[in-house]
Design a protein around this ligand. Sequence first.
Ligand code: LLP
Length: 427
Amino acid sequence: MILETHNSNLYFDGCDTIELAKEYGTPLFVMSETAIVDKCQELKKDFLSQYENTRVAYAAKAFLTTALCKILEREGFCIDVVSGGELYTCISAGFPSEKIEFNGNNKSEEEISMAIDYQVGRIIVDNPADYQVIQRIAREKQKKARILFRITPEIKIDTHAHISTGQKDSKFGVPLNDSIFYPLIQAAIESEYIEFLGFHFHLGSQIFDNQPYINATIKTLDLIEEVRKRYNYTIQELNVGGGFGIRYTEGDSPKPYSYFLEPVMKLIYEFFDSRDLKRPSVVIEPGRSFIGESGITLYTIGNIKEIPDVRTYVSVDGGMTDNIRPALYDAVYEGAIANKMNLERHKNVTICGKCCESGDILIKNLCVPNVERGDILTVFNTGAYCFSMSSNYNKNRLPAVVLTKEGKARLIVKRQSYQDLIERELV
Ligand code: LLP
């Protein structure tokens, strides 16, 4: 059990959250190594050990630190990066470069050079212009880039528009128009500097239905067939992205990885087996579902303002600077007063942050016990896209991150200092 209550305090992975708040200060991200390793086991059980020649490339954008790279390396996972910064973080942590996969719709020449110099395992080509630069830089360096083409599968999903990526009108992926798609494939097959391994799609994020994955797989298999016909070339790898939804609130009903992947694998194997072809490697890129439930945030409650007959605003010492998701996507979180877990909850309040922005609301409606200044608020399931999307707005300092493991905690990211905030400034 990751969450428990002892003497009215919330414990997370065996650690007293009130002690953590005292020792490390707030706002504080607390990430559980126990939960992360459990997730690795789940992926091994439900996916990696079920099918040969499969990989998990964790989508680093959800949360990335050098300490996490170490855990991922130990567990044998790959990492999907989308910037020079994420790549640099992995390399600095000593993460094996051949286990890094590089995505992104507008990789800079510097980033592509880095990726080729470090010899990352895969570069996922996002569009024809991306291909041109990658192949030119590989030629200049006299190296061979191992690539997949990310396609736009033209599949709509039921999620927030900002996190939907597979629809036809998307900035991501190669459009499927014949006049764009096939010349690109032909060029890649013919290039001396490119090893064209296969296709990639990513539909979006926080998805609960497996049908879009099935539809996108069918579409990709049709393309594979057409490429075989036209060029007598069979791809060796398929990456079906991430996007698997998690439970933020009661209304979310997450499904096991097997629910998404079993039908996808069945389709892929049927296609290859029926043609007597070697089965391809299959890769997934989970971000949120891998890390989201492994983290919580702790805040200290400050001013409480009651507007009679309207609402009570309870302010915390962080906000949209450490969790922009409610402001950006109307994301809904659950929380609790971590030092009053055994008191009856009887009052609805609005949890707001400290930024100068009316949209800086973390939880619109939270039922709490008698709440006072100095109490500790915990917001659950903040492991994904919170720390990684945090900002210095209002020159707030980025929070610290601690990693817990069965009752022990250690600092893995220091809180920014005021000096850090002006470190790069020139008068
Ligand atoms: N692979 C690719 C190519 C992606 O673009 C993404 C996410 C993933 C994998 C991982 O998706 P996940 O398993 O985490 O759903 N900031 C937004 C989420 C943006 C996701 C962007 N791409 C949020 O906070 O909801």
